[in-house]
Ligand binder design. Structure first.
Ligand SMILES: Cc1cc2nc3c(=O)[nH]c(=O)nc-3n(C[C@H](O)[C@H](O)[C@H](O)COP(=O)(O)OP(=O)(O)OC[C@H]3O[C@@H](n4cnc5c(N)ncnc54)[C@H](O)[C@@H]3O)c2cc1C
Length: 356
């Protein structure tokens, strides 16, 4: 039986950073339980998701040996172009952000993890049991039984060890359209791409676009007509709502790679016997562009969770964060041009529960 002070479940960015952070504390080895290694990006740029994060996150990643160029970070942005409370689009100042290639971040963190001898990796389907004093499990591949004093659950929206999960009965999803520079005729792509963030409200959701010099993303979020239908139908939806400026200067949506839909609406979970972090605890609506940076900040807190009191304080802060996020979302819905439409009102009803 191998004993660990900390075991981390989940190898998304938050779980990996939590394991790296715990290993740095030097209190013996750390166990990371992972389903699969991160997938690589296909040549067409499918799944090549770009995420907007605060510039300060680059300093944190650099501290863990991840250079901005490894994750596609280039230009920083202080302005967003938004069509939200009326049909007029306007440029608004925003705290400085940078756009990063999400799969590249996962790969970079994964490489750091593999170089850290204090992290023991168990890959594959994980069997584990929680009890009041931590967790135990068995790795069938290595025949290794283990016990950990503390289980950190960073399994994302799966929230594998949660005792309760609250999610909208009609979750909103994101449909990602991607265009990678290497799939366009040489030299023609960079001038097309809109690097700054553009956002427009729709009757059943919203659409946004953002880019790096190599990749352009157009993302439709919501339910019903906001996410269903062909590229032509979605382009028509933007025309009929006067939101087609989001695509102005870009190739037709039919030229983009259309990806799978991901759930992106608010979700939260609780657990009595493990500590949930990142999306496992609170999956924020992507409208806030905060999920990644807030989750990575929580990963840095694993070092402080040695006592039940410290864990209770951490969970109390998470509840406050959830309430603040819900209030900010409700304010955004109230100011939205389409806020009284059924899809938005249904979502607002659900979000209100997150404030209690
Ligand atoms: C389309 C889209 C756009 C987004 N844009 C932004 C943005 O611009 N800015 C921003 O800040 N955030 C953005 N987000 C949110 C951000 O991606 C998440 O907040 C972030 O991924 C949370 O990381 P995580 O590690 O907590 O969870 P995840 O990234 O979901 O990782 C969870 C990991 O746990 C693993 N796992 C699950 N179950 C098990 C199990 N039983 N055993 C072992 N492993 C398991 C999974 O395989 C996965 O690797 C976006 C999300 C989406 C979907």
């Amino acid at each position: 039986m191998t004993h660990y002070r900390v075991a981390v479940l989940g190898n998304g960015p938050v779980g990996i950073l939590a394991a790296l952070c715990a290993a740095r504390q030097g209190h013996g080895p750390v166990l990371l339980l992972a389903a699969d290694p991160p997938a690589s990006v296909d040549a067409e740029g499918g799944g090549y998701r770009i995420e907007a994060v605060p510039v300060s996150l680059l300093a944190l990643l650099l501290e863990y040996g991840i250079h901005p160029h490894l994750i596609g970070a280039g230009q920083t942005h202080a302005v967003r172009q938004i069509q939200w409370d009326s049909k007029a689009s306007m440029s608004l100042p925003t705290p400085r952000t940078v756009h990063i290639h999400r799969p590249a971040l996962e790969q970079a963190l994964w490489q750091k993890l593999l170089q850290q001898p204090r992290i023991h990796l168990h890959l594959g389907e994980q069997s584990l049991q929680l009890h009041d004093a931590g967790a135990h499990g068995a790795d069938s591949d290595h025949g290794d039984n283990w016990h950990a004093d503390l289980l950190i659950d960073a399994s994302g929206r799966a929230a594998r060890t949660a005792s309760s999960i609250d999610k909208s009965p009609q979750p909103w999803v994101a449909r990602l359209f991607t265009l990678a520079g290497n799939t366009r005729p040489s030299g023609s792509f960079q001038s097309h791409f809109h690097s700054h963030f553009k956002l427009a409200a729709l009757p059943e959701g919203y659409v946004y676009s953002l880019a790096t010099p190599e990749v352009q993303n157009v993302v439709f979020v919501g339910r019903g007509k906001a996410v269903k239908g062909s590229a032509e139908e979605l382009q028509q939806l933007l025309q009929s709502t006067q939101a087609d400026w989001v695509l102005q200067g870009l190739p037709q949506l039919t030229e983009f790679h259309s990806g799978m839909a991901h759930p992106v609406s608010l979700q939260w979970a609780t657990s009595e016997r493990s500590v949930l972090i990142g999306d496992a605890a609170l999956a924020r609506d992507i409208l806030s562009s905060q999920g990644l940076s807030c989750g990575l900040s929580e990963a840095l807190c694993v070092a402080e969770m040695g006592t039940p009191q410290a864990r209770a304080n951490f969970q109390q802060r998470q509840t406050q964060q959830r309430q603040l996020h819900a209030t900010a979302l409700l304010n955004q819905i109230r100011s939205c041009l389409y806020g009284m439409e059924t899809a938005w009102q249904d979502y607002a009803q659900f979000i209100m529960r997150a404030r209690t």
